[in-house]
Write a protein that binds this ligand. Structure first.
Ligand SMILES: *Cc1c(COP(=O)(O)O)cnc(C)c1O
Length: 360
């Protein structure tokens, strides 16, 4: 029986600060031993205070996020840290960018001008890393156009070009390699020729660079990585393989069972589209015991969860309901019971942190 006194706020997202600190220390150690500075990325967690505190305890000195709202939070939680805006600012967010970030990533001359003007008005110097697209087709100038971008940054007296960077894998799935890292280094040389000095930072990418980093095949000169997933979830981002020594269960979500019924595994009646416009298909397993938990696609990507109880299987989800096959669950599941799920996917993590319905 569930006693009323056992009530709580569900769904509830749990953060294991100790495990996160351990992961961050592992990633920092690997980076340092390879001559790479780490910018730890908090955007998967809305820069949550527990997360930031664990990163700082591990010794992180540079933090990156894609949203100004999160950077604003970071500037209060980590006043000493270097703050990097990861998503390109647009000219209209130039004022917020120079206020909340020490450094921003840029690929547009118009934005550089707006940032320079905003920095002058605010009375600050703002750092920029010029972004180069070495093949993934997300942000960055094509390698041939980097000289022109560097020329447009030259002479802007409140901007300092402190680095060049690239981003791989996120859109095109292009795997970081010695070859594309060398292209980034050549872009750095081009920028150095235009500016008359060598920008100190060459930021080679994100958690997808992990295997290249550990293999030792990253060319000399790549001296920064911006890493989120690897330390938050303990996995690299090309094949989602575990990182040696890291925990893969830093985050878990708990929620309440609201129905348990034995039902057929195939719907009854003519079927059309489901709640999300997909045509669902079903495998006939006969009558199975099913449970519904109070968690849905508004809060999570169900593909990025792993039930903690042995024998429980996630079979689907709509906006507010997640359906489980509990026929082979190791313990009896009943309404009011709280089930826990480990967060294994980045999109599940993002959704849980951004859902206002989830207690953190
Ligand atoms: C999100 C992001 C990162 C971090 O990516 P992970 O895969 O979480 O390590 C790095 N750089 C940029 C530009 C990003 O947008």
């Amino acid at each position: 029986m569930i006693r009323v006194a056992d009530h709580g706020i569900y769904p509830r997202l749990r953060i294991d600060g100790g495990k996160l600190q351990h992961n961050a220390a592992c990633v920092l150690h690997e980076c340092r031993s390879r001559g790479v500075k780490l910018t730890a990325v908090t955007k998967g967690t809305c820069a949550h205070p527990e997360v930031v505190s664990a990163l700082l305890k591990a010794g992180v000195k540079s933090l990156g996020d894609s949203r100004l709202l999160n950077l604003n939070r970071l500037s209060e939680l980590a006043p000493e840290a270097e703050l990097v805006l990861l998503r390109l600012p647009g000219p209209r967010s130039a004022v917020g960018t120079v206020r909340h970030a020490d450094i921003s990533l840029n690929s547009e001359a118009a934005t550089l001008q707006a940032l320079n003007q905003a920095a002058a008005e605010t009375g600050v110097q703002h750092g920029v890393w010029l972004m180069v697209d070495v093949g993934d087709l997300r942000e960055g100038v094509w390698v041939d156009d980097v000289a022109s971008l560097a020329r447009s940054a030259k002479g802007l007296s409140n901007l300092q070009v402190k680095g060049v960077g690239t981003n791989l894998a996120c859109y095109g799935g292009v795997i970081p390699s010695t070859d594309n890292m060398n292209r980034l280094l050549r872009a750095r040389d081009t920028v150095a020729e235009v500016l008359g000095y060598q920008p100190p930072v060459v930021s080679g990418g994100n958690s997808a660079n992990w295997n290249l980093l550990c293999s030792g095949d990253t060319p000399q000169g790549i001296n920064n990585l911006r890493i989120g997933e690897a330390l938050l979830l303990g996995q690299e981002a090309v094949q989602r393989q575990p990182i040696e020594g890291a925990h893969r269960d830093v985050f878990s979500v708990e929620t309440e069972v609201i129905e348990v019924k034995k039902k057929p595994s195939v719907p009854t009646g003519e079927t059309g589209q489901d709640a999300f416009g997909q045509l669902p298909t079903f495998e006939d397993r006969g009558d199975h015991l099913r449970a519904i938990v109070a968690l849905g696609r508004q809060d999570v990507d169900p593909d990025g969860l792993r039930p903690e109880m042995e024998g429980v299987e996630i079979i689907g989800a709509s906006s507010d309901h997640m359906i489980l096959d509990v026929e082979h669950a190791e313990a009896a599941v009943q309404p009011g019971e709280v089930l826990s799920f480990v967060v294994t996917g980045y999109s599940a993590l993002l959704a849980l942190f951004t859902s206002p319905y989830v207690d953190k």
